[in-house]
Design a protein around this ligand. Structure first.
Ligand code: ATP
Ligand code: MG
Length: 422
């Protein structure tokens, strides 16, 4: 991709209303555009990152036996009446048609997935059943804030599982917990799994997946030495207490909730009269779990965890491009031709290797190109200039490293491919 053709531009100035690094850097780098409070457009650079993160999550949900579906955001009021949530969920957007019919805009999809699963599931032989989607959610949040971290329209992966027994749900829940940690790690994000409130349907705790960053909204009591962690909303421990697991002192820390998993018990199956037939033909109640990951929030959390004062530092797995080639103009016509030919050859070589490359062909000086490269945070920057060619090749600068080095053109494509795999 040539930068001059890429829709969306970097800006020299931070948006005046940016209240967090992700809000500032994603907008300044041309990844997203603010439309109104809590609502963003995603431009090609941002959409590329979002898609990569969502693809990683999709792979991990498939590995957990999930089957992908796609449910509507426009939902019948009757379903929400059935569960009693039409009146009890304060963040539910309710809309009226021109014939005065009322609809819900999905803030979650239990009301749609439960009757859907019911339609096709009768016997224990069809269970457990795990369905998920990656879809837009609408929530009438009182205060949208922190860029894409808390929106009114955002994307979420939500999975729902149906089981014949509590033991089966418990075992699956434990597998999802591991799958989530793996999915986040593949996106370059370390998460702490903490105990949190179970919501309104069960007395059970839920588990949140928290990215530990200073701009997190949630306060946690966590152990730095072992796995123990609790959201303060349910904490039985306080800062300085000995960890109930390992005895080390607990600390207070901030986190961004990127995922949350719940044991929903029998609430939704019961509301819809959804049961199953066991081996003896008897009708038995189902138990249900739900598992969410905010994918747009995840992109914001990755930025919060991976940036410096110059810009974003994307993990390789979700970077919009893996390599940025920065050609610098030469006044000498012959040398300029050589720079251009080198860039084209390198671009072709990388394309053949399936490496996504951005070429900064814009008519700008070195300073501006370097500043933008730091801002948009592509993992590897290769400068091709009269000077680099005289030194025998290109200048290799990793976004996460302080120093640049000169590398020969010979074997460069293979070297880049192996670096990207490392
Ligand atoms: P929060 O406590 O942050 O309001 P929640 O517990 O209500 O979130 P869930 O219903 O558990 O959220 O939704 C699953 C996931 O969706 C959350 O873990 C989070 O990553 C994401 N999410 C929830 N609300 C928002 C929002 N307003 N904007 C962006 N992502 C969100
Ligand atoms: Mg939650």
């Amino acid at each position: 991709m040539r930068y001059s053709h890429l829709f969306g531009k970097t800006s020299k100035n931070a948006p005046s209303d940016a209240d967090s690094p992700n809000a500032r850097l994603l907008e300044q780098g041309g990844f997203v555009e603010h439309v109104m409070a809590g609502v963003y457009s995603w431009l090609p650079l941002g959409l590329s990152v979002l898609r990569k993160a969502e693809q990683i999550i999709r792979e991990e949900m498939n590995a957990l036996g999930g089957q992908e579906i796609f449910m509507p955001s426009l939902q019948p009021k009757e379903y929400w009446d059935k569960t009693g949530r039409w009146d009890s969920v304060d963040i539910l957007f309710k809309i009226k048609s021109q014939t005065d019919k009322m609809y819900a805009l999905g803030c979650s999809h239990e009301e749609v997935v439960t009757p859907l699963a019911q339609k096709f599931t009768r016997s224990y032989k069809e269970l457990p059943l795990m369905l998920y989607q990656i879809n837009t959610k609408f929530r009438d949040e009182l205060r949208a804030k922190s860029g894409v971290l808390r929106g009114r329209e955002f994307r979420m992966k939500d999975m729902y599982s149906f089981h014949t027994s509590q033991a089966d749900l418990d075992a699956y829940y434990a597998r999802v917990k591991e799958g989530y940690v793996k999915a986040f790690a593949r996106c370059g994000l370390d998460v702490k799994v903490v105990e949190a409130s179970g919501g309104i349907f069960t007395k059970k705790i839920s588990h949140e997946f928290q990215a530990l960053t200073p701009s997190g909204e949630d306060t946690l009591i966590a152990c730095g030495s072992c796995e123990f962690g609790q959201n303060v909303e349910v904490a039985t421990q306080k800062e300085g207490d000995a960890c109930p697991n390992c005895g080390k002192p607990l600390v207070k820390t901030k986190g961004i909730e990127v995922g949350n998993i719940f044991d929903l018990g029998k609430k939704f199956p019961e509301d819809f009269g959804f049961d199953y037939m066991d081996e003896t033909g008897a009708h038995k109640p189902l138990v249900m779990g739900c598992y969410g990951i905010g994918t747009t929030r995840l992109v914001g959390a990755i930025v919060e965890a991976h940036h410096d004062d110059k810009g974003i530092i994307w993990p390789k797995s979700v970077a919009p491009f893996q390599v940025e080639i920065v050609p610098l103009k030469s006044k000498d016509e012959e040398k300029q031709k050589l720079v251009e030919a080198t860039v084209s050859a390198l671009e072709k070589d990388l394309a053949e290797r399936g490496i996504e490359t951005l070429v900064d062909d814009r008519d700008k000086g070195a300073g501006e190109k370097f500043a933008d490269a730091d801002l948009i945070g592509i993992p590897l920057r290769l400068v091709v200039s009269e000077k680099s060619l005289a030194a025998g090749g290109v200048e290799w600068k990793e976004r996460a490293a302080a120093e640049a080095k000169s590398v020969p053109l010979e074997g460069l494509g293979a070297e880049i491919a192996s670096w990207l795999k490392s």
